[in-house]
Design a protein around this ligand. Sequence first.
Ligand code: SAH
Ligand code: DHB
Ligand code: MG
Length: 221
Amino acid sequence: MSTKTWTAVDDYIVCSLFEADPVLDAVLAANRDNGLPAIDVSAAQGKLLSLLARIGGAKKALEIGTLGGYSTIWMARGLPADGKVVTLELDPHHAKVARSNFERAGVADRVELRVGPALQSLAALGNENAGPFDLIFIDADKPNNPNYLSWALRLSRSGTVIVCDNVIRDGAVLDEDGRDANVEGARAAFSFIGGEKRLDGTAIQTVGAKGYDGFAIAIVD
Ligand code: SAH
Ligand code: DHB
Ligand code: MG
């Protein structure tokens, strides 16, 4: 089984289950035209984020790592009209592209984008008592995964769902040698979730248009 098959099956999933989505196509085109790396979640994964928001009846979502806002838009679509996603992005260029994508997708009124190092933005959200968030998606610099999980807990309530992206990395998550900081970040997410009594979690390996990777998903007790 190859990436080619995984991508074809992802296309089949999208064609069978989703309406045509010129807005999201335009978002990905804008990202490409502006030189953003194509490391957004896949459409099938984005829809999962949207469904998780709906399944949990989420009103407030938090995202760490916006890029061009592709995953943000999927989450915003899963929230009620008075819902809100707060999304955190370090890179001002990514933030600028994301803002225009939020306008394009008609979700700008439901998205608050904060630019800067996420750890600073998270501390500010803590000071402002901005929580609790109902759904939290962690998808930024992987070495900070344990710090982001720790903040996610502080900004959560019992029942908050936390999703952490890219925790499998082609199976490299098994490498114990410590040579790859992103893999160490994935392993740190497992250590954190496994070692934290307030979190009950699992991880799902995924294949598809974005290769072989996976999500960790946990609920706050
Ligand atoms: N969630 C997006 C993809 C995010 S890619 C999607 O699926 O559509 C990771 C993003 O995290 C990049 O835009 C990168 O600039 C950002 N990032 C990296 N380090 C960061 C930090 N310390 N604080 C905030 N964002 C950071
Ligand atoms: C990378 C980051 C991501 O968030 C992702 O989904 C895929 C790849 C990366 O930094 O390589
Ligand atoms: Mg990711």
